[in-house]
Design a protein around this ligand. Structure first.
Ligand code: ADP
Length: 296
């Protein structure tokens, strides 16, 4: 499984990534962690990144793209990965598209954790307090001042990725304001619905869900008795639910527009299976990007 986790600082990307790592035996690639390690080890990249990170700005795209490119070539990537904190800008996303294409890797989905901005400061404050209580080093950029800079940079440079990936039919939005447990469950459900989860595990889950449905828990569409029908309905319900969350105050219109499309697509996928089409579309998208770049 190959995923990107998208969301502002404090959205819970790290927490959810760890859970996904355990469940699916995949690797978490956190550019923030990698850069902090480079800073601590005082490598040339670390020395370059140190001050930039301390004041909440973004490290240059070439540096992070280089780190990720090297990392994707490591043998432990074969089961899959979760990108956490990367891409963070549209040029990074374009570079990632090129990298994945070159390395013949297919991205399954981009999971956006959507949270109210007002909750973020207190979440980060809680994280700081917990780290202090455990006697751990507190991140130098976890102060209210730097956090507001990180948030501003998220809004200006990273939020456009929501539109970028919804246009490419990759975006799945999850309400990040629920409990950690709930968010995990929702992510797993959605991944199951798009078929990103390992077939055997997915089959088990579907069997469980079908049993639940039989007890009359789901929408009218799910009332079809055949197993396949129930599966299709389930996928459509999950996608529709995701789409119906809509943007919270302040978020871009585009994500609201794009998510119903994702719902439609999930339904289509559920009905027919999408491997061939997704591959064809991937090529088309890559071509488009190349054309666009050539023009530029
Ligand atoms: P956050 O909780 O703010 O998402 P991260 O641990 O992901 O924190 O990142 C910490 C810092 O590392 C960022 O503020 C930025 O300076 C740098 N960084 C991490 N990932 C990237 C990236 N993809 N591009 C540029 N800078 C990055």
């Amino acid at each position: 499984m190959r995923l990107i986790l998208l969301g502002p600082p404090g959205a819970g990307k790290g927490t959810q990534a760890q859970r996904l790592v355990q469940k699916y035996a995949i690797v978490q690639l956190s550019t923030g962690e990698m850069l902090r390690a480079a800073v601590a080890a005082e490598t040339p990249i670390g020395l370059q990144a140190k001050d930039i990170m301390a004041n909440g700005s973004l490290v240059p795209d070439e540096i992070v793209v280089g780190i990720i490119s090297d990392r994707l070539d490591q043998p432990d990537m074969k089961n899959g990965f979760i990108l956490d904190g990367f891409p963070r800008t549209v040029p990074q996303a374009e570079a990632l598209d090129e990298l994945l294409k070159k390395k013949h890797i297919k991205l399954d989905a981009v999971v956006e954790l959507r949270v109210n901005e007002s909750a973020l400061l207190s979440r980060v404050e809680t994280r700081v307090a917990e780290m202090r209580a455990r006697g751990e080093d507190v991140r130098i950029d976890d102060t209210p001042e730097v956090l507001s800079k990180r948030l501003a940079s998220y809004r200006a440079l990273t939020e456009p990725l929501i539109h970028y990936y919804s246009e490419r039919r990759k975006l799945l939005t999850v309400d990040g304001m629920m409990t950690i447990e709930h968010v995990t469950r929702e992510i797993n459900r959605i991944l199951g619905a798009i078929g990103a989860v390992d077939e055997a595990k997915a089959a088990k889950k579907t069997a469980k869900n079908t049993a639940k449905k039989a007890s009359g828990k789901v929408s009218a569409a799910a009332g079809k008795p055949a197993k396949k029908g129930a599966k299709v309905a389930k996928k459509a319900t999950v996608a529709a639910k995701t789409a119906s969350k809509g943007p919270k105050k302040g978020s871009k219109k585009t994500s609201a527009k794009a998510t119903p499309k994702a719902a439609k697509k999930a339904t289509r996928q559920a009905t027919k299976g999408s491997k061939g089409r997704a591959a064809a579309k991937g090529t088309k998208v890559a071509k488009k990007v190349t054309k666009k770049r050539a023009k530029a």
